[in-house]
Design a protein around this ligand. Structure first.
Ligand code: AMP
Ligand code: TRP
Length: 333
């Protein structure tokens, strides 16, 4: 069975190595498999769940599309579009909001993290954000959804919502229950400054992440300054327990090279972090700099990027409009 792939990335700036290794690199592999039908969405409706600057949002939408293409997603093979261009996402989101119980949403840990201490001030949009994500996926009958580890709970909710809709409206297999595609290893890249914190766009310290637009010098400097501990690198995986920074740097190294952790432990076991950092900086420069250069080139080709998004939206619209029409019929509209 060919896979139908759907995934999304928020255009909120600072796309980083975590986004790349946790998600975008897997998008590229899925795009390259001719059996798959892939849709990659710049989820701009999700971005406005927190306040955005208008001009910056516009640039970030184009930069996210540029990042997809620069990383190797081919717009003639995969659909690339931005969510706000296809109205069915917002419509489906309302309808699914009306069947998803509050109890399910109250369990979402990402809302709790993002809303912080003052939950009363968080937008309603941020609270129902996972329902919009479920709509994205269900509108396209996606069978597989590649994401980083932090989206696992949202995908479980998506599955529950699909099943509840099918049951409530007595329509057996109408909404397809999707499978998450989360890499067993390396699906959670941590901050370079604190191995217990996720690498994140919003970390105030730029040294905590490798941005996909960083230059070689910036990459080398950030790896040099990455936090480590004071012991040599172990040669067995179980010895990485309670050594989150060592585990993270070795994880990044392994993931970039597509090799398992054991092989990296064989290479560096007994050595010092300076050896690992030297090699890691080199492979990161080789992998990330060409992407960074290509993003910077594409970002100046605004007309081309606009055209990719227009074409993508038109193909997405065709699929989503059909599904929303059937959904409305089932509800009784
Ligand atoms: P976002 O930037 O929140 O829209 O995330 C886009 C994709 O990147 C999602 O699939 C996330 O799960 C993934 N992602 C974000 N941060 C990380 C990270 N630190 N490690 C691995 N994957 C991540
Ligand atoms: N919520 C995801 C994130 O923050 C982005 C997203 C929105 C998404 N819609 C999606 C991911 C649909 C996969 C499928 O990372």
């Amino acid at each position: 069975m060919p896979k139908k792939i759907f995934s999304g990335v928020q255009p909120t700036g600072n796309l980083h190595l975590g986004n790349y290794l946790g998600a975008i690199k897997n998008f590229v592999d899925l795009n390259n498999d001719n059996q798959n039908k892939c849709i990659f969405c710049v989820v701009d409706l999700h971005a406005i769940t927190v306040k955005q600057d208008k001009d910056q949002l516009k640039n970030n939408i184009l930069e996210t599309a540029a990042t997809f293409i620069a990383s190797g997603i081919d717009p003639s093979k995969s659909i690339i579009f931005n969510q706000s261009k296809v109205t069915a996402h917002a419509e489906a989101s309302w309808m699914l909001s009306c069947i998803a119980p509050m109890g399910w949403l109250n369990r979402m840990t990402q809302f709790k993290e993002k809303a912080g201490k003052d939950k009363e001030k968080a937008s309603v949009g941020l609270y129902i954000y996972p329902i919009l994500m479920a709509s994205d996926i269900l509108l396209y009958d996606a069978t597989h959804v590649p994401v980083g580890e932090d989206q696992k709970q949202h995908l479980e909710l998506t599955r529950d919502i699909a099943q509840k809709f099918n049951k409530d409206f007595n329509c057996n297999d109408f909404l397809k229950v999707p499978e998450p595609l989360i890499k067993k290893n390396f699906s959670r890249i941590m901050s370079l400054k604190d191995g217990l914190k996720k690498m994140s766009k919003s970390d105030p310290s730029d040294l905590s992440r490798i941005n996909l637009t960083d230059t070689k010098d910036e990459i080398i400097n950030k790896i040099k300054k990455a936090k480590t501990d004071s012991f040599p690198i172990p040669n067995e995986e179980h010895k990485l327990k309670d050594r989150p920074e060592a585990e993270n740097l070795l994880g990044i190294y392994s993931s970039i090279l597509n090799q398992n952790l054991d092989k990296s432990l064989d290479e560096f076991g007994g050595k010092n972090f300076s050896d690992l950092k030297r090699d890691l900086a080199e492979i990161l420069c080789n992998k990330i700099s060409p992407i960074s250069d290509e993003i910077k080139r594409l970002i100046n080709e605004k007309e081309y990027l606009d055209e990719v998004l227009i074409q993508g939206a038109s193909k997405a619209e065709e699929i989503a409009a059909k599904k929303i029409k059937e959904m409305k019929k089932l509800i009784g509209f």
